[in-house]
Design a protein around this ligand. Structure first.
Ligand code: F6R
Length: 357
């Protein structure tokens, strides 16, 4: 039920702090330490390489998850789009473990990969929001998102839930391997939940940003580096699917290799600056496009902000920034769709779960 909300999408965006707190709680043992099923840990420990398979928004969460598993648990990870993997299977390592990320657990493209890797004799873990879904039943192991039903076609709370569960999986795997992390994930996720709450309270600002940057534009570009690049891909997908504005996400450094040709007077560029290591270089990219007439909307994180920034998020651990920086992007897309009279919860040509290949 959407209650007093005009749209499920808005309700689901607002649920994100609550969902995150629920996930932390669901994955804690009685002493408050994060924990997951021993069998999953054994599979993670035995794998020499992890293959993440997903589509759309879940693929974007997988890109972030790769960073977590590699940086925290030191296991190499590849992330593949499911529809590509089926017909273009990469060379596999000798002990692969497959992780399927799927909100619905019903995506046919992902299922096709699951069927084929099971035939090859490999193990699979599904991260899904739907217990008993096809991808959950057919995999060896399941981790649940605990996000509650996601009704709006555009995925929001499932994305942040997927990222949170991947962070927990990476942390617990690292601990099981005897590695020490220099931060407390439970504590840092708690800080994120508070930041999410603050961000969900700034609706008028997003509505205003959307009005000033997106009300008449034909297209929009999202740029970032590292984690911010991945979040930009998700921001562009959100914007295009519900507002029908042509949107593309780019790695900041790639702009000058082609896309910069598209910049005209007034073209909106949404730039993310939440990573200290690339803060200066992404701002350099913004200068390049501004010199060609672009209209820059810079979303930074506290501690890295500069005077020209449009919006600044609260500060969170640098690995966890996607969980906060995506919220302004979700809401800016929501208002862009509203301003254009689009059907926010049921965009044209799209279905909530894509059960055909
Ligand atoms: C985007 C969106 C889609 C899905 C994709 C995968 O907002 O909803 O891109 O993310 O179809 O769906 P699942 O996660 O159910 O496998």
């Amino acid at each position: 039920e959407k209650g007093t909300y005009p749209h499920y999408m808005l309700k689901e965006i607002d649920e994100q702090p609550l969902v995150l707190r629920k996930i932390i709680q669901k994955y804690q043992d009685e002493n408050g330490a994060l924990t997951i099923d021993e069998n999953i840990l054994t599979a993670m420990d035995e794998a020499d390489r992890i293959y993440i398979i997903a589509a759309g928004t879940s693929y974007h969460a997988g890109l972030v998850g790769k960073q977590y598993i590699e940086k925290m648990a030191n296991v190499p990870v590849e992330v593949h789009i499911s529809s590509e993997f089926v017909y273009n299977t990469p060379l596999l390592s000798s002990k692969p473990l497959f992780i399927f990320i799927s909100q619905s657990g019903e995506t046919a493209d992902s299922r096709a990969v699951l069927v084929s890797i099971k035939e090859m004799g490999y193990e699979a873990l599904t991260i899904t929001n739907v217990p008993g879904s096809t991808l959950s039943r057919e995999a060896d192991y399941t981790l649940l998102l605990h996000a509650g039903p996601e009704i709006a076609v555009a995925s929001t709370k499932a994305y942040t839930a997927q990222i949170a569960v991947l962070a927990i999986l990476a942390e617990v795997t690292a601990k099981a391997k005897g590695m020490n992390l220099d931060f407390n994930l439970v504590q840092e996720l708690g800080i994120v939940a508070n930041a999410m709450e603050v961000l969900c309270g700034s609706k008028e600002e997003y509505e205003e940003i959307s009005r000033s940057f997106l009300s008449t534009t034909r297209n929009a570009f999202f740029i970032g580096r590292g984690m911010d690049y991945y979040v930009g891909l998700e921001g562009a997908l959100k914007l295009k699917e519900i507002s029908y504005i042509q949107a593309e996400g780019f790695a900041g450094g790639e702009l000058k290799h082609g896309t910069i040709a598209l910049i005209e007077e007034g073209t909106p560029i949404i730039a993310l600056a939440t990573q200290e290591s690339v803060n200066l270089s992404i701002r350099g990219n913004v200068k390049e496009v501004v010199a060609r007439g672009a209209n820059p909307c810079i979303i930074s994180m506290k501690g890295l902000q500069q005077e020209e920034d449009t919006f600044t998020t609260p500060e969170v651990h640098e690995l966890l920034t996607p969980l906060v920086s995506v919220i302004p992007l979700q809401l800016i897309s929501y208002y862009a769709a509203l301003h254009r009279d689009c059907d926010v919860d049921k965009p044209r040509n799209l279905a909530k779960s894509v059960t055909v290949e």
